[in-house]
Ligand binder design. Structure first.
Ligand code: FMN
Length: 376
């Protein structure tokens, strides 16, 4: 039996992922902005696989954020995307980002188990409850106080896990799902449940992640601010082992002057209407405490480059030494890994692999890819 999701459990002390490549990028209308096209995703997945990067994590968007850039409007459905990429890679884990509220669990369990066979146990699920009201209306649903997103997600995940581990039919009598004679064979590859990631940020969302997930995909303001929160999340998850990861945005160039020039070009070409729309639409109408209108204004005023390039993830803009130092800082704060977005993944990942990963190896945060694969 091969190892389930090689390198994601154990493996390197500090793990690396690539985030969001299934969607077109760019709150800036730069010519370099990412297309999100399939062939580019295949090239990127092979490059990341060869470099020993542990995983790819997609976004799941159903419509763009409008404006001239209409960011994320081109979005490949992430379970189908994961299947295709698992079929073309050998080591890397590939997650799908699945809206628990939009995809029936009996269907999802079977589809995700099938993806897991394609990858011989390299599939993972990033469970999202959904927070974008406009997308939900496309499905005839409203996000409001009547839809307790995380209570529904809990039932969804309970049904999925039960389907994956059950040889017998069962009934499920929940608040959201009332199901009879449920069965879904085959279970996942090797009958072992794929890892689950969740990015809950509100108190109820974070509780959900701590209770259920293998990876809490947590926001980070500064590594030091996250230190206590990470420790607390891991302690609260015991006896389960919880990894805490964060999304980051990276711009890495040989000199700071080149970094600054690129950041200026991003800001000069920014689609500010789309930046505001995106941040406003991500304010869950009720129940979410993770953003506020003040934060939208703050992003506009104080963090132009970060708002345009990094969306609102922790951003690392600098030379390879700076990027490696920042990643070491995140590791030191307790993060187990990061998943990075780049303005143009295919243009920028090779330099990151060439310059930053060896620096992490020299610090003992990662081992050369050949050593990791020989040991497994
Ligand atoms: C890195 C990251 C990726 C996310 N990806 C998606 C996504 O693809 N689709 C989506 O609807 N929500 C996505 N979310 C939103 C989260 O699932 C979650 O709703 C958000 O962090 C707010 O937390 P809350 O639901 O506890 O309020 C993402 C969040 C983070 C931090």
């Amino acid at each position: 039996m091969t190892e389930r999701n090689p390198g994601l459990f154990g493996g390197n002390k500090f793990k690396l992922g690539v985030f969001g490549a299934n969607c077109s990028g760019g709150l800036s209308l730069l010519k370099e902005r990412w297309s999100g096209e399939w062939d580019d995703n295949v090239s990127l997945a092979k490059l990341a696989d060869d470099a020993g990067i542990e995983c790819l994590v997609p976004l799941q968007r159903w419509k763009g954020y409008g404006g001239a850039s209409n960011v994320n409007s081109h979005c490949l459905e992430s379970i189908a995307w994961a299947c295709g990429l698992l079929g073309q890679t050998r080591h890397i884990s590939i997650f799908a980002t699945v809206h628990a509220t939009l995809l029936h669990p009996v269907f999802a369990a079977k589809q995700m188990a099938t993806a897991d066979y394609v990858g011989h146990g390299r599939f993972g699920v990033n469970l999202v409850p959904g927070s974008n009201a406009g997308e939900f209306r496309m499905f005839g649903q409203e996000i409001d106080e009547h839809l307790d997103r995380y209570a529904m997600a809990q039932e969804w995940w309970d049904v999925i896990r039960r389907i994956w581990s059950s040889q017998e039919e069962f009934d499920f009598d929940g608040r959201y799902f009332k199901l009879e004679g449920v069965i879904g064979r085959p279970g996942p590859y090797g009958e072992r449940i794929p890892p689950m990631m969740n990015a809950g940020a509100s108190p109820v969302g974070r509780d959900f992640a701590i209770r259920n997930s293998d990876f809490h995909y947590d926001w980070c303001q500064t590594p030091e601010d996250s230190r206590e929160r990470i420790k607390e999340s891991k302690v609260r998850a015991v006896p389960r082992v919880l990894q805490v990861w964060s999304p980051i945005s990276v711009v890495c160039r040989p000199t700071q002057a080149e970094v600054d020039e690129f950041l200026n070009a991003c800001v000069e070409n920014a689609d500010w209407g789309a930046v505001d729309r995106r941040n406003a639409s991500r304010l869950a109408p009720r129940g979410s405490k993770s953003q506020s209108p003040e934060s939208v204004a703050a992003i506009r005023q104080h963090e132009q480059a970060r708002a345009v390039i990094a969306r609102d993830h922790y951003s690392i803009f600098g030379t390879p030494d700076h990027v490696a130092n920042e990643l070491a800082r995140l590791s030191d704060a307790g993060f187990d890994g990061v998943a990075a977005i780049f303005v143009n993944y295919l243009q920028e990942l090779p330099y990151f692999v060439q310059e930053v990963i060896p620096r992490l190896e020299r610090r003992g945060l990662r081992r050369p890819v050949s050593a990791v694969r020989l040991a497994s």
